[in-house]
Each structure stands twice: as C-alpha cells, then as structure tokens.
Design a protein around this ligand. Structure first.
Ligand code: C6P
Length: 403
C-alpha cells in the first residue's frame, strides 16, 4: 500500500511487477518528497544567501550524508552525484582511467559485465593501447576464480566487476577479488547497480576503491546515481566536467578546483531527485537492509524450486540462493523470450526480455535473449505462483499453436 502503482490493474489483471532489475517502483514518501521540494524549497544550492537556497542546500547535503552512511563511507565528501551508474562508470574511465592507464597495462573485467561496465573500458583500452582481460563464467553461472588469480597480475591497473549480475543473478565474491587486485597494487571498482539496492553494503569492509550505483533501482527517482571513491584517490583525480560550481578561482587563462566532492559536480545538480533518493534510503533503512535481503532470499529459493517444475525451461545462474540474488533469468526451448514477455503482459505480469545490455554473455549462454523476472521487497510468493502458473499456460499455448 505504500506503492501507489502496485494497486493498478494492467490488461484487466492486478499488476505483478517483476521487472525490478530494470527499475524499481517508488513509495509515496519518495513521490511526496519531490513534490514537497518543488512546492516548499525550490531554489538553487550552494549559491544563495537567501533562506530558500540555504534550506535546499541543507536538504541536498543531508541527502549526501544519508547515502554515505547507507554504504558505510567514512565521509560524505567521498560521494559524487551522477545521473546513474553508467555515468559513474564513465566518470572513472574518463578521469582516473585517462590518468593512470598506459600502454601495456591491463584492466580485468568479467564476461558478465553490463555494457556500462564494458564500453568505457573498451574505449580507454583502445586509446591507451592497454589490454582488457575477462574472468570467464563457469557452467553454473559463477566466476572462474582460479582463472581470476592468474589474470590479475602486476600489469593490472584496475579490476572492475559487477557485484550482482543483472542477467544471471549471480552474486560475485567482490571482496575476495578486491583482495587479489590489491595484492597486485591494482584498484578495485564494484558495479553495485544490482547489489546496493538488495543487501547491506559496507565500502570499508569491501575495501573497494570505487563503487557505482543508481537511485532508480532502489526506490528512488530516475536521473540520480552515485559514485563512491576512496578519498586518497579522489584527491588525485582531475574533474570530469568543467563549469560552474566546481571551481575555486577562475581567471581568463586558468582555473583551480573547488573542494571535494564539488570539484566533480559542475553545473546545477539534480536537487529534487537527490532529495527523493534520500527519502528512498530512509524507507529502506526503516525496513532494514538485512530484512530486505532475507525476504528476497526466501523469494529466490521459492522461485528456483518452482521453476524446476517446468521441464522446458532453463534457468541460468547458480542453484544456491547464497550465490543467486532475486533475478531469475530463463529460456524456454524453441520459444522467443519476447513471446513469453508479451503473453505474461496480457495477464498483468511485467518481466523483462532481451539481452539485458549483456550481449557478450548471451553469446556465451548460447541464447539470443532471456526472459527475466526480478524481485524486490514488495514482491510475494503468491506473485511467483502467478508467474509460474501463467508461464506454464504460455508454454502450453505456444506448443499447441505450433502443432
Ligand atoms: N541494468 C537492467 O534491466 P543505469 O542504466 O545507468 O541506471 O544502470 C546501468 C547498469 C549497470 N550495471 C548493471 C549490473 C546494471 O544492471 C545496469 C542496469 C538494467 O538490467 C537496465 S539495462
């Protein structure tokens, strides 16, 4: 009941929203906080001495502290606002990457990276004549960690890895891989787009150098993302964008930079969505991330068992919910995932079908695309029953249609 959209009917059926890996729904507190900002505090931040500007600045900076605490960061000045995880990843490639990667170096990724954690490194490697190396995916959807040990060497400058795969649901051992990276003096970046919304994250415990994630996948609005960077690294990085707000002194021929994190936030920021994102985190904190994780583990176990009843369906990713987050990616023999997605939609069930921006992984799995159901804190086992029963009907319908 906290989520207005979940009371909707779609095609005459109650909405069963199972596309949370693409984006989550928003509780009323988040929607209201944005409206409240525009009706009560709307003004620019860090610029005015007037009351409204100071109130907006206070809310904006308090939100940075809320996010910082949520991921266990030592200071809110390690938190840079971006538009989304994609921008956060590009920021690292275009600043730290440009300055620290040279010919002969390598960057280690996995075969299951989202395009957002592949394409920026492809460009950097091409420009710098560096090499990309990929930790392979084993048959069970986990990473080949023996291979990881031999791929990460003294020539590795960065290991950049997806924490939870959006296409397999695999939860990767990023802390262990980070230790391997640090043993070779390489930096560790975690793509947390699919993990930060679903489990407690502590950047100090993970000891990652960079962490990227998006607000819209964790009850927050679209258009707001985060890049966490260790302070000592952030201090050495050049700005990404240049312009207003990120400067200290400007003359006609040169400029010096504002203090952290403003140095990385040129121009008027997305104030309303920062405030909305903070309301989302407060909502998650009130429930507790341990509880969110526990609930989704139970749903995943339930779904993995239920899917075993469907003979013609292959589920990708590990069998064990300790290694498999609430993302069930599947393929039905001789049936295109889009047909399944359309059939399910006619019953009000929203899933995602396609390559999920992981085309190289689809090639490795040997499928053109998958159908994907992804869970969040508001989903129920009853909804999984509806999904599996309707999927079973779909299989029957398409088998009969082909006869
Ligand atoms: N994955 C999905 O349906 P943005 O779009 O910038 O908020 O997030 C990019 C991104 C980065 N890494 C991972 C692991 C992701 O899953 C995503 C977004 C969505 O799977 C949209 S393709």
């Amino acid at each position: 009941n906290d989520f207005p959209i979940l009371n909707k009917t779609i095609n005459g059926h109650p909405l069963v929203y199972l596309d949370n890996a693409a984006t989550s729904q928003k509780p009323k507190t988040v929607i209201d906080s944005i409206s409240n900002y525009y009706s009560q505090y709307n003004s620019n931040v860090h610029r005015g001495v007037h009351t409204l500007s100071q109130q907006a600045t206070d809310l904006f900076e308090k939100s940075r502290e809320t996010v910082s605490d949520f991921i266990g960061s030592k200071s809110s000045s390690n938190i840079i606002w971006t538009r989304n995880a994609t921008e956060s990843l590009n920021l690292v490639a275009r600043t730290w990457g440009e300055e620290n990667v040279s010919a002969g170096d390598n960057i280690v990724l996995t075969e299951m990276e989202h395009h957002s954690n592949l394409l920026p490194w492809q460009k950097l490697a091409h420009d710098k004549k560096a090499e990309l190396k990929f930790i392979p995916t084993l048959k069970d959807g986990t990473l080949d960690l023996d291979k990881a040990k031999s791929l990460i060497t003294s020539s590795t400058k960065l290991v950049s890895i997806v924490h939870t795969s959006n296409s397999l649901g695999t939860i990767n051992p990023v802390k262990f891989i980070g230790e391997l990276a640090h043993q070779h003096n390489a930096k560790m970046l975690i793509d947390g787009a699919q993990s930060v919304p679903h489990e407690p994250i502590d950047v100090i415990d993970l000891d990652c150098d960079f962490l990227a994630f998006s607000g819209h996948k964790m009850l927050g609005p679209t258009g707001i993302g985060v890049l966490y960077v260790k302070k000592e690294i952030l201090e050495t990085m050049e700005p990404f964008f240049r312009g207003g707000e990120m400067v200290l002194q400007v003359s006609l021929d040169k400029a010096s930079w504002n203090e952290l994190p403003m140095k990385f936030e040129a121009g008027t920021p997305n104030i309303a969505d920062v405030i909305g994102f903070s309301a989302a985190i407060e909502y998650l904190n009130a429930i507790g991330m341990d509880n969110v994780q526990k609930h989704e583990k139970a749903l995943t176990n339930y779904a993995l068992k239920k899917f075993k009843q469907l003979d013609a369906v292959t589920v990708f990713g590990p069998d064990d919910s300790e290694k498999h987050a609430g993302i069930i990616s599947f393929y039905c023999e001789n049936l295109h995932p889009h047909d399944i997605g359309t059939f399910l939609d006619s019953y009000g069930i929203a899933i995602r079908t396609g390559h999920h921006c992981t085309m190289p992984l689809m090639k490795i799995l040997g499928v053109p695309a998958t159908a994907r159901a992804s869970f969040y804190l508001y989903n129920t086992t009853e909804e999984i029953d509806i999904l599996v029963d309707t999927l079973s009907e779909a299989l029957e319908y398409f088998t009969n249609a082909k006869r």
